[in-house]
Design a protein around this ligand. Sequence first.
Ligand SMILES: Cc1cc2nc3c(=O)[nH]c(=O)nc-3n(C[C@H](O)[C@H](O)[C@H](O)COP(=O)(O)OP(=O)(O)OC[C@H]3O[C@@H](n4cnc5c(N)ncnc54)[C@H](O)[C@@H]3O)c2cc1C
Length: 187
Amino acid sequence: TGNDCVGTAIRQGCESVMQLEMMPCPPAERAANNAWPEWPRVLKTDYGQQEAIAKFGSDPRVYQTTVKEFYKNEAGQVCGALIAKLESQVVDGRRQMVPTGEEFTVDCDLVLIAAGFTGCQPYVAEAFGVDLTKRGTVADVKYATNVPKVFACGDMRRGQSLVVWALREGRDTAAVVDESLMGYTNL
Ligand SMILES: Cc1cc2nc3c(=O)[nH]c(=O)nc-3n(C[C@H](O)[C@H](O)[C@H](O)COP(=O)(O)OP(=O)(O)OC[C@H]3O[C@@H](n4cnc5c(N)ncnc54)[C@H](O)[C@@H]3O)c2cc1C
């Protein structure tokens, strides 16, 4: 999605474009712990980034960074961003990208956010009284939450994923709900 944003910005005539990436730059070739047939965790340069390289002479991606703050001008329009540099650390047993303390600012006229899912909206989980996992997704046992007759599936249960998983889990959950209501299911 970020690549699409870069490509669209260039095609609409931007004078410069920067793509902030939270994660470190992946290696050009498979690492020793990423053998075939695993998904190759290697650097991919898609059409938007290729166009940026062709037009501006450099890859638009700036790795291990995130936005800490946006600035606005007197008209209330975005005009800049405060960027924090990040490094990989293990926090509470999970590897996470955390700020190094180093920061810099960039001027900008337009900000596009191509960010993925980071957990369900807390107010929804609170409204139903369902437990969450450490990752902010709804905790379940075979799609059933800790609250009777409340079920969860898709990104809300699994975390950020794919449409095919949302479809699969929706169907599986329908069968679990059917069984809990009927005592059996033919779904
Ligand atoms: C930027 C981005 C790009 C992606 N690109 C791809 C891709 O190319 N291919 C791919 O397979 N997947 C992609 N995904 C992932 C895919 O979109 C999700 O995995 C999938 O949509 C999850 O489906 P879902 O039904 O679990 O949740 P969602 O599609 O998020 O559906 C949840 C629904 O609940 C509604 N809702 C929320 N709160 C309430 C409430 N209180 N009351 C009523 N309704 C509520 C929301 O409006 C939403 O319609 C992308 C995701 C993002 C964020």
